[in-house]
Design a protein around this ligand. Structure first.
Ligand code: NDP
Length: 292
């Protein structure tokens, strides 16, 4: 079994991006990070994104509206960022609190600044294999991670558990694309799938994006499979200062010995997501400089 280190692969990408940014003339790429309210997980995700941006030389603009912000006010804020020529990318940290309509906010972001890849147009561009779009960061990170770990998906059976717009559907579309590194046969499973273990056991590459701790157990995995664990779940742990530890959707200790390659949690897909956000921001900056 080989452990796929997202930490290492993301560090390599970040070093490459840092070089790319240092070679740019003019103002550096700028990412606006909008975090509504003080959800602790969102606070730590935004901090991590800000820190990585600084490391690469990407300017970040942090905007922290209160939880009481209305839908209209948040949309007006997005409109301002859309119109600001000094902002290349806009990320609205998910989940949004309360009654705010997240999908409407994602759609409000100009597609050319939608570095999270959540806008309808960018999701459509993945389906059309149009490289001018932005693939959402976690799915793009998974593809990059597989490519850099010498896992060629061509002809392989990829089984994705989860059909969210953020992970499951876009990663399935990317694996399906008719291009080098992809070209897989893809099955997408969800909560209404009948006999899920029978399907996951057919996977050459199993991608778990469910959001349930230790959901995938060893009886669900084919020996020799590659397993990508997207899940980030908080498990109570009194021995930790935080009171919890992060675990994936895969029951790692039981499953890992069976696999050819597997990602850990933490240190797997998570760091790749942040690296791909930076990659998208630099791409947005490049495309906006080209369009003048
Ligand atoms: P969602 O809750 O949006 O989607 C979960 C999916 O899992 C749904 O499609 C749901 O099916 C499916 N599911 C739930 N229960 C079952 C079940 N018993 N059997 C089969 N399918 C089931 O989650 P996300 O896609 O946003 O996130 C998934 C996980 O990935 C979470 O742990 C999240 O924290 C993590 N994540 C990690 C990221 C990273 O950077 N590493 C980034 C984004 C997410 P149905 O559609 O039928 O409800």
């Amino acid at each position: 079994m080989e452990l796929i280190s997202g930490n290492q692969i993301a560090a390599d990408i970040i070093a490459e991006l840092k070089q790319e940014v240092s070679a740019l003339s003019g103002r550096p790429p700028c990412l606006a990070l909008v975090r509504v309210g003080d959800d602790p997980a969102s606070v730590s995700y935004v901090k991590k994104k800000e820190k990585t941006a600084a490391e690469i030389g990407v300017t970040s603009r942090i905007i922290l509206p209160p939880e009481s912000i209305s839908q209209g006010e948040l949309e007006a804020l997005i409109d301002e960022l859309n119109a600001d020529p000094d902002v290349d990318g806009i990320l609205v940290q998910s989940p949004l609190p309360g009654e705010l309509d997240e999908l409407a906010i994602f759609r409000r972001v100009l597609p050319t600044k939608d570095v999270d890849g959540f806008h309808t147009l960018n999701l459509g561009k993945i389906a059309q294999e149009d490289e001018t779009g932005f693939a959402s960061c976690t799915p793009a990170g998974i593809m990059e991670m597989l490519a850099r770990s010498d896992v060629d998906l061509r002809g392989k059976h990829v089984v994705v558990v989860g059909r969210s717009l953020i992970v499951g559907k876009p990663v399935a579309l990317l694996a399906l694309q008719k291009k080098a590194g992809a070209n897989a046969t893809v099955t997408i499973c969800h909560s209404a799938t009948a006999d899920l273990p029978a399907l996951t056991r057919q996977a050459d590459v199993l991608i778990a994006a469910i959001g349930r701790a230790h959901f995938v157990t060893k009886d669900m995995v084919k020996p020799g499979a590659v397993v990508i664990d997207v899940g980030i779940n908080r498990m109570p742990d009194a021995s930790r200062k935080s009171g919890y530890r992060l675990v994936g959707d895969v029951e790692f200790d039981g499953v890992a010995p069976l696999t050819a390659k597997i990602t850990p949690v933490p240190g797997g897909v998570g760091p790749m997501t942040v690296a791909m956000l930076m990659k998208n921001t630099i791409k947005a900056h490049r495309l906006s400089s080209l369009s003048g």
